[in-house]
Design a protein. Structure first.
Length: 323
């Protein structure tokens, strides 16, 4: 935990004082970053943990290390480093080879462009592959009860229902609270389903947006609603060599609390409020070891995506089976 002292203005006043310069030189304190950059002061303040209710001194704030630019977790060097760290921690990974012919058969059956032409038209290779991988890992069948968590406008629940004929739901905060046909509104960490009533669940490009301890609370809730042998898949699972939180300073208006142990990456224009990139150590600490008595976890390394599209960035997937 480091205080805000290195970030003070020459007058010694903190950035929370009205009237100070909106920008000032910030010297990142993390050992991996040696250069200086310009950071909006209000962004720093919004990513601090306040240790007291008053703001009289710089010691009232702690600031995680800050970098300017997105997390580059998909590059081969980072993936290889993550894999080596996982191996050193005793985590076994499996390769997940994409069958290109089978993937294109899935596209023909799902009919994205015909049925949902406005669904990520510039990023459809990535989004459709996430859905395909989720279905391949979960293997839903007709008697399943499927839940797409934090679905947003994703058609995955409708696709699964159409492909296998099972009962399928799409959950998100944007929907009205409760269950309304296929749509389930409210907090994913407090689902309106009975214990053991869901057999398959998916999080496609959504788990990273669970802020604070919400990722932990979500798996607590999944341990309740999934039946024995039920499965949940996270794809992509964003892994990085160090624990990072990516934020777009322009994408939020409410204060954003992040872990002081992470590195904050500011990515203006990204368009999202919060994106978590686990390190191998933080994944074990927060999820896989913490819930090892409830779930069997299998981590997959997605390979040969370049044969489908250079725009695809999914590299990891996590499958958890309820014990």
């Amino acid at each position: 935990m480091r205080t805000l002292a290195p970030y003070l203005t020459e007058s010694g006043r903190g950035p929370w004082v009205s009237g100070v310069n909106r920008y000032q030189q910030v010297r990142p304190v993390h050992e991996r970053q040696r250069y200086s950059t310009l950071i909006p002061i209000e962004t720093i303040a919004m990513n601090c943990d306040r240790t007291r209710t008053t703001l009289d001194t710089a010691a009232d704030w702690v600031v995680p290390p800050i970098r300017l630019g997105p997390v580059d977790a998909a590059r081969p060097e980072t993936v290889s480093l993550v894999e080596r760290k996982l191996t050193a921690l005793g985590v076994t990974t499996r390769p997940l080879v994409v069958d290109a012919a089978d993937y294109h058969r899935y596209l023909d059956r799902a009919r994205y462009q015909e049925r949902w032409p406005e669904y990520f038209p510039t990023n459809l290779p990535e989004k459709s592959l996430e859905h395909y991988l989720a279905i391949q890992l979960l293997q839903p069948v007709q008697h399943d009860r499927f839940l797409d968590i934090a679905a947003g406008n994703s058609p995955l629940a409708e696709i699964v229902e159409g492909l296998v004929g099972c009962e399928a739901y799409a959950q998100d905060l944007i929907f009205s609270p409760g269950v309304h046909g296929r749509y389930v509104g409210g907090d994913a960490c407090a689902l309106p389903f009975e214990a053991g009533s869901i057999s398959k669940a998916a999080l496609t490009c959504s788990f990273e947006h669970f802020e604070g301890d919400a990722d932990i609370r979500l798996f607590t809730e999944l341990s309740r609603v999934l039946c024995g042998g039920g499965k949940v898949v996270v794809v992509p699972l964003y892994l990085n060599s160090y624990h990072a939180i990516q934020v777009d300073p322009r994408a939020y208006s409410e204060p954003l609390r992040v872990d002081s142990s992470c590195v904050v990456h500011l990515a203006p224009g990204w368009g999202n409020r919060h994106g978590r990139f686990y390190s191998p150590e933080s994944l074990l600490e927060r999820i896989t070891l913490r819930f090892s008595t409830c779930f069997h976890f299998q981590l997959y390394r997605v390979v040969n995506t370049e044969s489908l599209s250079p725009e695809i960035y999914v590299r990891w997937a996590l499958l958890a089976e309820r014990l």
